[in-house]
Each structure stands twice: as structure tokens, then as C-alpha cells.
Design a protein around this ligand. Structure first.
Ligand code: GLA
Length: 390
């Protein structure tokens, strides 16, 4: 990270000809449990990881926003005064839609964009893209925190999470929930964020993986997914249709006891979507209770049940994710599940530290045997949320 920080500051100086005003960072996340519950007003339990996006930023007097990154040659420029029109016309596109979308969304939640200076923004990241580890939320959270500081807006981290979500929903066009940005902004070392997505109450829950001799192995299938197209929006629509048919605002209002009634009222597919969400909410509550009583070694069966529910009821897994999970469970993992929105991306395994290499070899072998693409596996540490670095 130190090297990466120095490099970004040097690149900023090359890009602008002067020093940055500061450096900010925000992490990607792994969702431990609570999948496809956030946009249903439910519970989630993600943690911030030790993979981060860095943002070097310096203000400018001419009212221009200029964004550059280490992952693209493109430099995108836009006067602050044109942001709202560009957003409304759907002109914020590609990777620049994330930082520019955040600047626009800060205006949408009340910042006076006519009264703030322009900015040069340089972005670097080691959060893998397309792995379901929220590389986009890491960019949004780092940029939101940086602009909040230099523009002296004084928004809370909860508001900045909503700003990131609005950028994602209204500028990028992905109808995602509030989980990823909340994890990135509210995460803490060695802990998960227990978030109630209805009230937005958040509580940090210690994980204690290392003390228990455990770690999380991420198994990135390499299967690319995008939530601005396809299945994600369709699943969200099914959940909303299910809630409407059951006469509630969100599926959060439905308890496990009410599933029998739901089964009589709903068609089979909608019922299974609803059953996933309702049972997943309970699994999050149960996971928190176990973490706080018997510790992380006892949550494995809840992770497994979450995966089965996502595979069979919500149908957002893919054969590569299922294989990663099965291989993990056959090779010493305590529990395993896909993480993130699905349709590709990564699975996680909770595994004894000394069993990591064996599991990595097993996953590589299983993917080769099935003729799947080469997976990437690495451990992650529950880490601090977004911060000003310098
Ligand atoms: C993606 C979205 C989140 C959440 C998950 C599924 O990561 O960005 O808001 O809905 O999918 O749990």
C-alpha cells in the first residue's frame, strides 16, 4: 500500500504539474452473508477488505472536473456546471461515470455545486474488477470522501454511502442496493458491518477470524458479471412483485412463519425468490448471534445454507461458483458461499489458515478438470473503511 500511495501521488504530479491536496482510500468488500436482501429492506453482514482504491485529488480554480485513472488512458473533463445536464442526458459513461456520478450525486443530496472549486482526480485501485468485490463502490466511496473533505460539505458517512448508491443507480445505471458503499465507508478492522437496510442502523460486529485460526479465501471464478444489465434487475423486480402481491412495502415485512401463506398466493418462481430473501434475513441474524456467542468457527452451516438458497431459490449462481463452493467444502473449509450479486464473480470459503494452500490447489485442479477458465484465489483480511491517507 505504501508504494502504491507514493506512486499515485507521483502520477498525480505528472498529470497536473503540481502536488495533490490529499490522498484518500476506500476498500472493496466481501459480503459474509445477507445476499440480495439490501434492496428488500433486509439485513446484510459485509466486511471491508484489504484491497483498496486510492484517490489523489487537487482543487482547480476554473470549475472543471478532470478525472484520470491508472487503468485507462482516457482523461475525462467536464465543467461542474454541466454535470446535471450530462447526468440527465445519460452522458456519464464508462469508468468516469463513477467519479463524475458521485460529484453529481453530492449535488443531488444538497451540495451547492456552483459554490465549490473544480478538481483534478486521479484514481488507482487494487480491488479486482468484475470479481464481485465492489470495485465500483470502492471508487465511489473514495471519491465521495475526498470531495466531501475538500468541498467541506460535512456529510456523514451514511449520507456518503447513499451518494455512492445514487451514482451507481442514476449515473452508471445499475439498480443496486446500499450494502457495498456502506461496507466500504463503515467497515472496521477485524469486523463486519451489520446493517439494517430498512432503518440504515449499522453496528460493527467483531469477526475474530485470525484469533480462531481462520481466514477467508476468495475464489474468483473469472466469470464476468455486470449488474447494469440482465439478471440483477430482473431479480429485484421479482422481489418487488412478490412484496406487492403479499401487500407489503418490502419483503423485510415477511417472516418465516408467513412463507406458507406466500406459497399459496405466489407463482412458484416468485415464491422461491421471496423464500430466499426471507430465510436469508434470518440467516444474517443467526450469524451475528453465533459470532457474538460461540465465534466464527460455528457459522459454517449458515454460509452453506445461504449458498444453496442462492443457487436453488434465487438462481443467481453459476456452475463455476457451485464448483468452487463444493470443492472448498470437500477440502477442509468450514463453510462456503458465493458472495455479491452472482451471475459470475467470486465465492468465499471460511477455512483454517493452515488449510489455505491445499484448498487453492484443489480449486485450481477442479476448474481444470471441468474445463473452466483459470480461477484466481487469495485470502482477504477484514479491514478499515474509507479514510484520508494524507
Ligand atoms: C451487488 C449489489 C448490492 C447487493 C448485492 C447482492 O453487490 O451492488 O447492492 O444487492 O449485489 O446482495
Amino acid at each position: 500500500m505504501t508504494d502504491m500511495r507514493d506512486e499515485v501521488l507521483e502520477q498525480f504530479a505528472d498529470f497536473t504539474g503540481h502536488e495533490a491536496d490529499g490522498l484518500w482510500s476506500a476498500p472493496g468488500r466481501v459480503n459474509l452473508i445477507g445476499e440480495h436482501t439490501d434492496y428488500n429492506g433486509g439485513f446484510v453482514l459485509p466486511f471491508a477488505i484489504d484491497r483498496r482504491t486510492l484517490v489523489a485529488l487537487g482543487t482547480r480554480e476554473d470549475g472543471m472536473l478532470r478525472v484520470a485513472s491508472t487503468f485507462s488512458d482516457e482523461v475525462v473533463e467536464l465543467p461542474l456546471g454541466d454535470l446535471a445536464a450530462a447526468q440527465a442526458a445519460g452522458q456519464l459513461r464508462g469508468w468516469a461515470a463513477y467519479p463524475l456520478g458521485v460529484a453529481w450525486a453530492l449535488g443531488a443530496v444538497g451540495a451547492d455545486l456552483a459554490a465549490v472549486p473544480g478538481a483534478d482526480i486521479l484514481i488507482d485501485s487494487n480491488v479486482p474488477v468484475g470479481a464481485g468485490l465492489s470495485s465500483s463502490a470502492a471508487i465511489e466511496s473514495a471519491v465521495a470522501l475526498a470531495l466531501n473533505d475538500v468541498w467541506q460539505l460535512g456529510f456523514s458517512r451514511e449520507t456518503l454511502a447513499r451518494v455512492g448508491q445514487r451514482a451507481e443507480n442514476d449515473a452508471v445505471g445499475a439498480p443496486t442496493g446500499i450494502m457495498d458503499q456502506s461496507a466500504s465507508l463503515l467497515g472496521a478492522q477485524d469486523a463486519a458491518v451489520f446493517l439494517d437496510c430498512r432503518s440504515l442502523d449499522a453496528r460493527v460486529v467483531p469477526l475474530g477470524f485470525e484469533a480462531a485460526g481462520l481466514t477467508i479465501l476468495v475464489m474468483d471464478t473469472g466469470v464476468q458479471h455486470a449488474h447494469s444489465t440482465g439478471g440483477y434487475g430482473e431479480r429485484r423486480a421479482s422481489c418487488e412483485a412478490g412484496a406487492a402481491a403479499l401487500g407489503v412495502e418490502t419483503l423485510r415485512e415477511i417472516s418465516i412463519d408467513e412463507l406458507d401463506r406466500a406459497g399459496r398466493l405466489l407463482d412458484d418462481v416468485t415464491f422461491r425468490r421471496v423464500r430466499h430473501v426471507v430465510t436469508e434475513n434470518q440467516r444474517v441474524i443467526d450469524t451475528v448471534a453465533l459470532l457474538e456467542s460461540t465465534g466464527p468457527a460455528t457459522i459454517g452451516s449458515l454460509l452453506d445454507a445461504s449458498h444453496r438458497s442462492l443457487r436453488d431459490d434465487f438462481e443467481v449462481s453459476v456452475p463455476e461458483l457451485d464448483l468452487a463452493v463444493e470443492t472448498a467444502l470437500d477440502n477442509g473449509a468450514i463453510g462456503a458461499r458465493m458472495t455479491g450479486g452472482g451471475f459470475g464473480g467470486a465465492a468465499i470459503a471460511l477455512v483454517p489458515i493452515e488449510g489455505v494452500s491445499r484448498l487453492q490447489v484443489a480449486v485450481d485442479g477442479a476448474f481444470a478438470e471441468h474445463g473452466f477458465g483459470v480461477p484466481t484465489t487469495f485470502t482477504v483480511r477484514p479491514s478499515a473503511g474509507a479514510t484520508r491517507e494524507s
